[in-house]
Design a protein around this ligand. Structure first.
Ligand code: MRU
Length: 345
């Protein structure tokens, strides 16, 4: 089944509304950088690579919207679009990587008319979407080789087709292994508080008849101790130059448990998620989201009124807990600064 997380239709960007899946399957249409930024901030679209591609379309949409303005005005409006998009979410480096790439395209055609610039930016956004799927398939093939036939693979959050332009990173590895004829079953952590595992990963796997079992986050240790987990594969939002991995809150806990039980812990990571400008995980900005997400779910609140609440959306797993980084250029076992630098050859 092909999940089109993001699609270009009627000269607008449409994105699956991931806040209401799996109960409702619906697209939200965006026509400006501000609308895309709002979609990212509110998590209509989420997952590092999907955020990056959406932001690229946000730039293109803004350029199309402003293309009849005079060159100077066009420039100011497009700069505002970049600023609004950059402020949407802080942790996934793919957002900033995508904006940087769009800026380079803009600079390369800056002397042309706004109409021409807008067309070039749109072409680049289309290319980034297609490229993301190609990269995920390459990563999938590299990672599939690490999974034994019959493996029971635990994953956290959603690093699937919904988190990318298609195929997925962590779930892409699982899809590729299944496509190669291996019998793989998935254990999906529910992933409190936003429930990406229960709502999105479980939905993706059920759609494709890949066996999946849902657990709450606090059940992972028990299953590992029972010998029911053969490997962990997760995605990531940003990997520092030394290999420290930022991913959805709770990933660190899974990595510690995996080490305790001698279970390999793999991170599927396109090169666009590696941030060589950040030396270690300590410097990765961690988003704190609204406390309402922890208080309850949607309109139901179960936490005691007046209680103090924290809601960090990501955590950092130190590189020494990572068995391997699965990238489109190959697998870096026991990742460190040297191994990561080599990827950029
Ligand atoms: O807050 P989210 O849902 O955007 O967080 C997503 C994750 O943490 C994913 O694991 C990560 O972006 C990798 S997606 C291929």
């Amino acid at each position: 089944m092909k999940v089109e997380t993001l699609r270009w239709a009627h000269n607008k960007l449409e994105m699956i509304d991931q806040r209401i899946l799996p109960a409702v399957f619906e697209y939200v249409r965006c026509d400006s950088a501000a609308a895309v930024a709002e979609g990212i901030r509110r998590m209509v679209v989420r997952g590092a690579p999907a955020i990056g591609v959406a932001a690229a379309y946000g730039v293109a949409l803004e350029a199309l919207r402003q293309q009849d303005k005079l060159a100077a005005e066009f420039k100011v409006s497009l700069e505002t679009g970049f600023t609004v998009l950059a402020a949407s979410r802080p942790t996934a480096v793919n957002l900033f990587w995508a904006l940087q790439r769009m800026r380079k395209v803009w600079e390369s055609v800056a002397a042309h008319t706004p109409q021409r610039i807008a067309q070039c930016l749109l072409a680049e956004a289309h290319e980034m979407l297609a490229e993301d799927i190609r990269i995920n398939k390459a990563m999938g093939a590299n990672g599939a080789a690490l999974l034994a036939d019959g493996a029971r693979v635990l994953t956290h959050c959603n690093a699937g087709a919904l988190a990318t332009a298609g195929w997925g990173t962590a779930l892409g590895v699982i899809r590729s292994a299944v496509e190669a004829g291996k019998k793989i079953s998935v254990i999906a952590d529910e992933t409190r508080p936003f429930l990406q595992g229960a709502r999105l990963t479980a939905w993706e796997m059920v759609q494709e008849n890949i066996p999946v079992t849902l657990i709450t986050d606090n059940m992972a240790g028990y299953l590992m101790a029972q010998g029911e987990v053969d490997a962990v594969v997760v995605g990531t939002d940003r990997v520092a130059a030394n290999g420290d991995v930022a991913n959805k809150i709770g990933t660190y806990m899974v990595a510690v448990l995996a080490r305790r039980h001698n279970i390999p812990f793999y991170v599927a990571c396109p090169l666009s998620t590696l941030d060589l400008n950040i030396a270690t995980g300590k410097d990765i900005p961690i988003e704190e989201r609204a406390v309402d997400e922890v208080k309850g779910f949607r309109d139901t609140h179960w936490a005691a009124a007046g209680v103090k609440i924290r809601n960090p959306a990501f955590d950092v797993t130190p590189a020494d807990l990572v068995t391997g980084l699965i990238t489109e250029k190959g697998v870096v076992l026991q990742p460190d600064a040297q191994g990561i630098r080599k990827l950029f050859g």
